[in-house]
Design a protein around this ligand. Structure first.
Ligand SMILES: Nc1ncnc2c1ncn2[C@@H]1O[C@H](COP(=O)(O)OP(=O)(O)OP(=O)(O)O)[C@@H](O)[C@H]1O
Length: 255
């Protein structure tokens, strides 16, 4: 197994509180890894450390064997780590297609600066259409982003994240704030990315059915520490995990 991402003793303290506490993990390339844990376990903070929003108090992070612990978010994105909220600046008064086209165009400029003027507008539009198909939003291409339903906006964000063309995707609760009817559509989008794209995905989620269905491996954080890791089956049968969830911090969604 080749690890695309590795953390060693990754730790961050806020005041005296260890939000992430000596977490050492290896994320296998092209696999689907989920991170679960009760509320306040440190999942989002861990993502913030991976994407560079936060600097660790201790420990290190390696991407494809290179240390990235001190790199900025932009540098990490350029290297191939994409996080959905980095591109949540959807322009509400542009169409869905234009939003994705701009994301494709800006990515092309960053990556192919030397050749930028040889790239054509039509190629950007074609790529944008392709991404909209991936997220099942093609039918809304000419609508203004402002008029999308919440779930559709999340799909648009995912399309814009895909436009960044990063090898690693960090998805932080992509179904958060959605109505029950909207959730299956996002699950379909993520499944499609998993099937179609040659990418490594790390997902933070509370919805256990999603975890069970999609993950190759599950990591469990608890009070900032890595409590367990294993296949979805191993995790649901893990006694320490059951105790962590049932020991007074039970999350109603984790059923
Ligand atoms: N900037 C900050 N300053 C101080 N404390 C913080 C900060 N960010 C997070 N924390 C604390 O760190 C702990 C971990 O929070 P985090 O948001 O990472 O948990 P989580 O597992 O993502 O929770 P949830 O499932 O509710 O989103 C919490 O106790 C939180 O209050």
């Amino acid at each position: 197994m080749k690890a695309i991402l590795e953390t060693r003793d990754l730790t961050i303290a806020f005041g005296g509180h260890l939000a992430v506490d000596r977490v050492s993990i290896e994320i296998p390339e092209k696999k689907f890894t989920s991170i679960i844990g009760p509320n306040g376990a440190g999942k989002t903070t861990f993502f913030n450390l991976l994407s560079g929003q936060l600097s660790p108090t201790k420990g290190s992070i390696f991407f494809k064997g290179n240390e990235i612990t001190k790199l900025s978010t932009t540098e990490r994105t350029r290297m191939g780590i994409g996080r959905s909220f980095q591109i949540t600046n959807v322009f509400p008064n542009l169409t869905v297609l234009e939003n994705v086209r701009l994301a494709v165009q800006s990515e092309a400029k960053v990556r192919y600066q030397l050749f930028a003027h040889f790239l054509h507008y039509k190629e950007f539009v074609d790529k944008a259409h392709e991404l909209l198909k991936t997220v099942f939003l093609e039918g809304k291409a000419s609508q203004l982003a402002v008029n999308l339903a919440h779930g559709e906006k999340r799909k648009l964000e995912i399309a814009m994240l895909l436009a960044l063309n990063t090898e690693l995707l960090l998805l932080d609760e992509p179904t958060a704030g959605m109505s029950l009817e909207e959730v299956p559509a996002i699950i379909d989008v993520i499944k499609k990315i998993k099937q179609e794209k040659n990418r490594t995905i790390i997902l933070i989620e509370h919805k256990m059915n999603m975890i069970m269905d999609m993950s190759d491996e599950v990591l469990v954080l608890y009070h900032g520490e890595l409590l367990a890791k294993g296949t979805p089956e191993e995790i649901v049968n893990n006694e320490a995990v059951q105790t962590a969830y049932l020991g007074g911090e039970y999350d109603a969604e984790l059923t």
